[in-house]
Design a protein. Sequence first.
Length: 202
Amino acid sequence: MRIKQTRIVIAILAFVAALVPPSVASASPITFTGSGTWDQGTPTTAFSQAGATWQFSFSLPETLSSNPTTQVSDFSYLLNGTTVATSLPGGVLFYSVANGGGFDLYPTINNTSDVSVLSFLFPNDVGSNLQILGGTFQTSIELNDGITTADGLTPGSGSGTVTIASAATPEPPSVILLGTALVLSASLIRSRRVPGRANLHG
């Protein structure tokens, strides 16, 4: 009797262990998110407006194939809570600390201010060596990297925060595992009580 009960317990533990994914190293995508506010002197463009809030998010692989890179996925940019872009055809360019750090986004923007670059300026290198560095950074944001446009308008600027983090891998809920284990144990115990063929004809 004790041996059979032990085998049941071992079977239950083995089943639960099989449900838990092994902790193997994988290339998880890195998520970039940022939010902040444009300054009052910012011109109105597709991506900017005086006093408006800005917000973006996108993903990149943990190791890049090049810098600049167009390996961007799930891009979105919101102005005052409204989505104004869901693609980043020009990709991302990262800068070393020696070149000022941070990164530039190159969306396709058609407007009177001739905006072509959104620059996020902070003194950290988060990807120029093709390895993404995670963290939370206080940033300045500028249109066209602060360069005055051909029509004489001075691009606006603003401030905010950029967060770079690995995408979370969901763990299987422990309640589901426990419930499955209980159902399995009940099934095993019940099957142990059913007489075998030898007993039926004995």
